[in-house]
Design a protein around this ligand. Structure first.
Ligand SMILES: *Cc1c(COP(=O)(O)O)cnc(C)c1O
Length: 388
């Protein structure tokens, strides 16, 4: 029998991390001690009080059956409570909150709720690849908004052609940003609200990194902007905040019509997140938050060690105010891929080439602060020895 993939799969953009993955496997096979700064996955464990709640909840047979499609009332209430406490944003847990099986799930599914074939979506470049792919899977077309250093990695809305804005149904944005680590303030969010109103564009803000911030900086929510609840929503995740990437729990909040449409898509596709995970998620959101400060303290040390060290070696990188990513200019004479290959094959250090996140990421590599201080010192030592 001939098995033929759908056009949807056949037309996926080329997977640009393939070459680096291959080189990584090859180096491992050669027995090289690789230091992987390539993956945005916290290296530290989930705080113990959250794990204890999972253990308890997993033992309760009431949690062994199908959960509600859109989340337990108790979890959605905990999310609303957390938004009120953290951002002073008032949410109705029954209409303006939906539980997700990780925020990636919601990001991938939301285009199915709003995009018809031929509709456009505005997507940041560089950006988290799921924005583009989710839109394409729904039959929509993507128009990229370049995030440039000279604009502090904020999109230039005036540069979007009028005919594109006319056809655009939704826009993805993400601050604090992966991969550039840029942050956004209220003046940008205010601009976004008026732009959305003018063109009837639903704003989907991916806020996965609001809690991973340093030096006293507190990222804001898009929903804090006046009128934001009329035009958009926000994705959030417990993954990065509480070292829970493997648990698959996140949520979407905001405009009731938007959230309910996403819930409708989900109720036709999945059957909700494991209740025991949701109960542990409530403990995460409502429990002691000092674990966040502790982790941010560790990331701050790692950041300073890595960025100061890279600068001493003659590389250019900004110290991130938020996220655990360092966005580094590629030195003269290399493309992003060439420099990432150089570091991997010559120094055994894995960094992510910026062009893997989109064409506008060319000229940069991304390093994640996901190894301890000793390993960061080893990274710097190796790069110094190898040169570039
Ligand atoms: C890690 C990350 C997420 C979170 O994904 P989950 O599915 O919630 O684990 C979302 N957006 C961005 C930009 C990320 O880097």
């Amino acid at each position: 029998m001939k098995i033929e993939k759908s056009e949807r799969l056949k037309s996926l953009p080329p997977y640009l991390f393939k070459e680096i993955d291959r080189q990584k496997d090859e180096a491992r096979a050669r027995g090289i001690d690789i230091i992987d700064l390539g993956v945005g996955d916290p290296d530290m464990p989930t705080p113990p009080h959250i794990i204890r709640e999972l253990e308890k909840a997993a033992n309760d047979p009431a949690n062994h059956q199908y959960p509600s499609y859109t989340g337990m009332d108790a979890f959605n209430k905990a999310v609303a409570g957390w938004y009120e406490k953290r951002f002073k944003v008032d949410l109705d847990p029954s209409k303006e909150v939906v539980t997700l099986i990780g925020s990636k799930e919601g990001i991938a599914h939301i285009p199915l709720a709003f995009i018809n074939p031929g509709d456009m979506a505005l997507v940041p470049n560089p950006g988290y690849p799921v924005y583009e792919i989710g839109v394409n899977f729904a039959g929509g077309d993507v128009c990229f908004m370049n995030l440039l250093k000279e604009n502090d990695y904020l999109p230039d809305l005036d540069a979007v052609p009028e005919e594109v804005a006319q056809k655009t149904k939704l826009m993805f944005i993400n601050y604090p940003n992966n991969p550039t680590s840029a942050v956004a303030g209220m003046s940008f969010f205010d601009k976004l609200v008026s732009y959305a109103k003018k063109h009837d564009i639903i704003i989907c803000h991916d806020a996965a990194y609001t809690e991973m911030a340093f030096d006293g900086y507190k990222p804001i929510s898009f929903l804090e902007a006046d009128g934001a609840m009329e035009v958009g929503m926000e994705f959030h995740s417990l993954s990065k905040t509480y070292n829970m990437t493997g648990w698959r729990i996140g949520f979407a909040v905001g405009n009731a019509e938007v959230i309910q449409a996403l819930g409708q898509v989900k109720s036709n596709i999945d059957s909700g997140a494991f209740q025991a995970v949701q109960l542990a998620g409530i403990t995460a959101l409502e429990g002691d938050q000092t674990c966040i400060d502790e982790m941010n303290g560790i990331y701050t040390e790692r950041r300073d060690l890595l960025v100061d060290g890279l600068r001493e070696l003659g590389l250019t990188a900004k110290k991130p105010k938020a996220t655990f990513y360092v966005w580094i200019d590629v030195p003269d004479g290399y493309t992003s891929s060439e420099f990432a290959s150089h570091l991997l094959t010559k120094a055994g250090v894995v960094a992510t080439p910026g062009n893997g996140f989109g064409t506008a990421g060319e000229g940069y590599i991304r390093m994640a602060l996901t190894v301890d201080n000793e390993r960061i010192k080893e990274v710097l030592k190796r790069i110094k020895e190898t040169g570039f």
